[in-house]
Ligand binder design. Structure first.
Ligand SMILES: C[S@@+](CC[C@H](N)C(=O)[O-])C[C@H]1O[C@@H](n2cnc3c(N)ncnc32)[C@H](O)[C@@H]1O
Length: 264
């Protein structure tokens, strides 16, 4: 039996962007994920682990036919409530696990899964399912937090230095580079490539944002004049795009591989 909390409420774990660096990261992550999904009138899109449904609504705003799949009853109820406020948008919500999607093979033009794969207990099965329900020339888009980012490595090295060389006692609690308690997998680029590459012909592997979460950096970004801060964040993001292994988030997209286990 699968022991899970079907009523989970993720409001406290979905960062809403407290500072400029966070706002930038989450905005870019959303922009790039949605851009790669290629919303257009009549295109059939699926958002897996859709949470509050904000991405599904953004895709529906471009007249795509959007299904939002989310297992948590509470998250789905919140998403439906938010839909009512934008009554002109039509999103079909359904409760579903990512590793057992209730759709025929090739049902969608594109499938997105943003900031969620590391929450799944069977992520590779989920990727297989996403590939199965995507049409052969369609696209699966995965946005995944990188726990081997330059920021994680720097934060970790700084803590080791403070603790061992300077003998400081670090504050209690989760560190930036620690995987949160509700994550099942600590993703870094090789693992993302391995799992995604098993089910997708990879077409896009790019990074988003550099240095997110480093406290001194976040404080500096707050103090800079807004246009300068934006310019620096954009510059680092351009670098991250070319260096996904060091980036804060990695975007992977590709066409489904067809095999006997995932075809109709
Ligand atoms: C951090 S939230 C991300 C939500 C949304 N994609 C976003 O970008 O805001 C992770 C989501 O994964 C969902 N989730 C957790 N385990 C899952 C599973 N096995 N299958 C599908 N969704 C799952 C949670 O209910 C939650 O809504």
């Amino acid at each position: 039996m699968r022991v899970v909390d079907l009523d989970r409420d993720m409001r406290d774990v979905i960062p809403t962007g407290a500072g400029r660096d966070s706002e930038f990261l989450f905005q870019r992550m959303t922009e790039r994920t949605l851009a790669l999904a290629g919303a257009a009138p009549g295109r059939r899109l699926l958002d897996v682990a859709s949470g509050f449904g904000q991405d599904a609504r953004a895709l529906a705003a471009q007249d795509a036919l959007v299904v939002a799949a989310e297992p948590s009853a509470r998250m789905s109820a919140l998403a439906r409530g938010l839909d009512v406020e934008q009554a002109e948008l039509r999103v079909l919500h359904l409760r579903s696990w990512a590793d057992a999607l209730p759709f025929a093979a090739g049902s969608f033009d594109a499938v997105i899964c943003k900031g969620a794969l590391d929450h799944f207990d069977a992520p590779e099965d989920a990727i297989r399912e996403m590939a199965r329900v995507t049409r052969p020339r369609g696209r699966v888009v995965l946005a995944i937090a990188n726990f081997d980012s330059a920021a994680c490595r720097l934060a970790h090295a700084g803590d080791v230095l403070r603790e061992t060389l300077l003998g400081r006692v670090l504050p209690r609690g989760r560190r930036h580079y620690d995987v949160p308690h509700d994550h099942f997998t600590r993703y870094e680029l090789p693992l993302m490539r391995e799992q995604a590459g098993a089910h997708l012909h990879l077409e896009v592997t790019e990074g988003i944002s550099l240095a997110w979460g480093l406290r001194a950096w976040a404080r500096l970004v707050e103090r800079l004049p807004a246009p300068v801060a934006q310019g620096v964040l954009v510059g680092l993001d351009a670098l991250a795009r070319k260096l996904p292994g060091l980036a804060d988030v990695v975007l992977i997209a590709g066409r489904p591989r067809r095999s006997s286990s995932n075809s109709a």
